[in-house]
Design a protein around this ligand. Structure first.
Ligand code: TXA
Ligand code: MG
Length: 341
C-alpha cells in the first residue's frame, strides 16, 4: 500500500522559508524525490549541482503547481504540447518547451529550451502552492546514482547536507517522469516513463521516438565523477537460476533481482522476488536495487523482464543501469541520456 501523506503547516513553512533563503529542499513527487531550489535564484540552483556532484551544464526540470504561470517560463506552447498538458498534468510528464528569456541559464544548461512538469503528489502540490514559484529540481540523488523513492534514500544520499526533507512516504510510481520534446509541432519521446508511448500516441496520433531514447546531449559536458556501485547484468529469464547458482558455486556473493522465487537454495545468493506485476515491480525497483547494492555482492543479476509494453519503462531503466554497471566510463553517457544524474 502506498501511503500518501500531507505536510504539516510547520513542515511546509520551514520548507518554504528554506527555498526563500536559497537553501535546497527535498520533496516527494509521484515519480521520485526531487532536490528542489527556487528556480529564480541561480545561486540556489547552482548549489543543487554542487550537492549532487552533477556537471553544471546539465539542464533541470522546473516544477509548477499548475500550468497557470507557464507563460512565465515558456515562450510559446505548441498545440500538441497543450494537448498533452491538458491530458496528463498534473502527473508524471515533463514537457521540453522553448524557454522564456527571463529563465536563468543555470536552469536550462544554456539551451534554448526548458523542461517543465506539474507533479500530482499532494505534498509536491502543497509545497509548490505555498511557495508560489517554480521549483527547479533534479532527482534527489548524487550524480550517477539511482533516484530516491523514499525520504530515507535522500538522507542516505546527502546526510546533513540537505536539512529540509519533506517525507511523503514511498513514491507511488517509483520511476522518473516521461519526457517529451517538440520538433516543429511534432512530439518526440525523449525518456520513457509512466505516461506510456501508447498513451501519448492515443492523445496525439504521431509521436517520434529517438533511437535509444536519448535526450539531447549537453554541449561540452565532462565527467570527473565516478560513483562505485555493484555492477549489474541482465540475464535471460530462464537462465537466472543457472547463472546465480554457477557464479555462487565459484565462491562469489551474488545478488539477484527476479520476478519469482529461486528454484532451489543457493549458497551466497541474496535473492529478491519483485513479482510479475509491472506496476509493483517499477514501484519497488530503485529501493530493491539500493538494498542489493548494499548486500556486499560482486554482481547484481537481473532476470530480464517480459517483452510487453507494460514493462517498457522498467526495461529502459534496467538497460541503462546495466550499461552503467559494465563500465564506469559509460556513466557520463548514461547520465546525459537521462536517468541516473
Ligand atoms: O520524475 C522526474 O522527472 C524527476 C522528478 C523530481 O521530477 N526529476 C528528474 O530530474 O528525473 P533529473 O534532473 O534527474 O532528470 C531530468 C532529465 C535529464 O535527463 C535532463 O537532461 C532532461 O531531463 N532535461 C532537462 N531539461 C531539458 C531540456 N531543456 N532539454 C532536454 N532535456 C532536458
Ligand atoms: Mg536524475
Amino acid at each position: 500500500m502506498v501511503r500518501i501523506v500531507r505536510a504539516s503547516a510547520s513542515e511546509l513553512e520551514a520548507a518554504v522559508q528554506a527555498l526563500r533563503d536559497g537553501e535546497p529542499v527535498a520533496f516527494p513527487t509521484e515519480t521520485v524525490y526531487g532536490l528542489g531550489a527556487n528556480a529564480q535564484n541561480p545561486a540556489a540552483v547552482r548549489r543543487l549541482f554542487e550537492l549532487k556532484g552533477r556537471p553544471a551544464n546539465h539542464p533541470v526540470i522546473v516544477h509548477l503547481d499548475s500550468p497557470r504561470y507557464l507563460h512565465r517560463w515558456v515562450r510559446e506552447v505548441p498545440e500538441v504540447a497543450e494537448k498533452l498538458a491538458e491530458r496528463f498534468w498534473p502527473g508524471p510528464l515533463t514537457l521540453v518547451l522553448p524557454r522564456s528569456s527571463t529563465v536563468h541559464d543555470v536552469v536550462t544548461g544554456g539551451q534554448d529550451t526548458i523542461a517543465v512538469r506539474v507533479p500530482a503528489h499532494p505534498m509536491a502540490q502543497q509545497l509548490l502552492t505555498a511557495f508560489g514559484g517554480g521549483i527547479a529540481a533534479p532527482s534527489a540523488n548524487r550524480y550517477g546514482r539511482i533516484s530516491p523513492t523514499r525520504a530515507e534514500h535522500v538522507r542516505d544520499e546527502f546526510g546533513d547536507a540537505v536539512r529540509v526533507i519533506l517525507d511523503g512516504g514511498e513514491c507511488q510510481i517509483g520511476l522518473e517522469s516521461t519526457i517529451v520534446a517538440f520538433d516543429g509541432g511534432r512530439a518526440r519521446l525523449l525518456r520513457p516513463g509512466a505516461v506510456t508511448l501508447a498513451q501519448l500516441q492515443e492523445a496525439l496520433g504521431e509521436v517520434l521516438v529517438t533511437a535509444g531514447g536519448e535526450t539531447p546531449r549537453v554541449p561540452g559536458s565532462t565527467s570527473s565523477h565516478y560513483a562505485p556501485g555493484t555492477p549489474m547484468q541482465i540475464v535471460p529469464q530462464d537462465e537466472i537460476d543457472a547463472r546465480a547458482s554457477a557464479l555462487s558455486e565459484g565462491g562469489q556473493r551474488i545478488a539477484v533481482l527476479a520476478q519469482r522465487l529461486p528454484l532451489s537454495t543457493y549458497p551466497y545468493v541474496t535473492w529478491i522476488n519483485a513479482g510479475r506485476r509491472a506496476e509493483a515491480y517499477g514501484h519497488d525497483l530503485y529501493a530493491n536495487l539500493r538494498t542489493l547494492d548494499k548486500a556486499g555482492c560482486a554482481l547484481i543479476l537481473v532476470q530480464d523482464v517480459p517483452e510487453d509494453p507494460r514493462w517498457d519503462v522498467i526495461r529502459d531503466r534496467l538497460r541503462r543501469g546495466a550499461a552503467l554497471g559494465v563500465a564506469g566510463d559509460d556513466r557520463e553517457a548514461a547520465a546525459v541520456l537521462g536517468v541516473l544524474p
